[in-house]
Design a protein around this ligand. Structure first.
Ligand code: F6R
Length: 261
């Protein structure tokens, strides 16, 4: 696992988008795993800036959402489908038809999870999966005690996550859906490169548990320690709990520029 510590949240964007650009240069038609929420905003801002500048194109890319709320229509402004349309599709040349998400309105929710995993597999798997981390250590919406072997399925949000996400629902935790369809931890670990981004002091404990704590279902993001290619990009505030922060800084500073992340 590589940990990259940057001065401030907006500096997360260029580090991650350099990796996306290198992937596009290699494959031309990458499959991107797309997180929503606040953490990826610097990444989507940087992607939009480079597409506007003509230095990058997502025209050949495909995207798969990490998760979706159960019961929210894709047109609901807080749905993750609508969020990614606004944050990424509308601001870049990523075709809207190239983004797929779990169907949170499916009549058969039990079947929707395996169908989503099958769609990812049919696309050749995810090349680069962007992740945030919840203050309770969740990735996707795999809340604490989620099986490390889980695949896409329905999960119940914790009260803490619903409180954290109330800002997207008029500051009312009761308006946040209780259930979600989320990629499982094993689904996430099947992606070829995992990139977790976090900023702010509110994420410091979750980041240190993810990177330096034991692998445990109680901190689902700690499962990233099992993956051979993980990049954690955090600002100084989110890095505040890392015991080996100086080591991570020195390691990154000594990397040759061609190596990337
Ligand atoms: C979002 C997702 C979640 C968020 C996490 C952090 O698609 O899967 O795991 O990444 O809840 O959310 P923010 O970034 O809003 O703090």
């Amino acid at each position: 696992m590589e940990v990259v510590i940057v001065a401030e949240a907006r500096a997360i964007g260029p580090v991650v988008v350099d990796a996306v650009a290198a992937l596009i240069a290699r494959s031309g038609a990458p499959v991107l795993g797309l997180a929503t929420g606040s953490s990826p905003a610097p990444v989507y801002d940087e992607l939009a800036a480079r597409v506007a500048a003509g230095t990058l194109s997502l025209a050949g890319a495909r995207g798969f959402l990490l998760d979706e709320y159960v019961g929210l229509a894709p047109t609901h402004p807080a749905s993750y489908r609508a969020t990614i349309e606004a944050e990424l599709v509308a601001r870049t040349d990523l075709p809207t038809g190239a983004v797929t998400g779990p169907d949170g309105t499916a009549a058969d929710l039990a079947a929707a999870g395996p169908a989503y995993d099958a769609a990812i597999a049919a696309a050749g798997g995810i090349d680069l999966q962007l992740l945030g981390v919840g203050s309770d250590g969740h990735i996707g919406f795999n809340e604490p005690t989620s099986s490390l072997g889980s695949r896409t399925r329905v999960k119940t949000l914790t009260a803490r996550t619903r409180a954290d996400n109330a800002r997207f629902f008029g500051a009312d935790p009761d308006a946040v859906p209780r259930h979600v369809l989320t990629q499982g931890i094993a689904t996430i670990l099947a992606a070829r490169h995992l990139v977790l981004v976090a900023s702010g002091t509110g994420k410091a404990a979750a980041v240190s548990a993810t990177v330096e704590g034991p692998v445990t279902a109680f901190v689902p993001a700690s499962a990233l320690q099992l993956h051979p290619h993980v990049t954690v990009v955090v600002d100084e505030a989110a890095a505040g709990g890392l015991a080996l922060a100086d080591y991570y800084r020195a390691t990154y500073a000594d990397k040759p520029p061609w190596q990337g992340v």
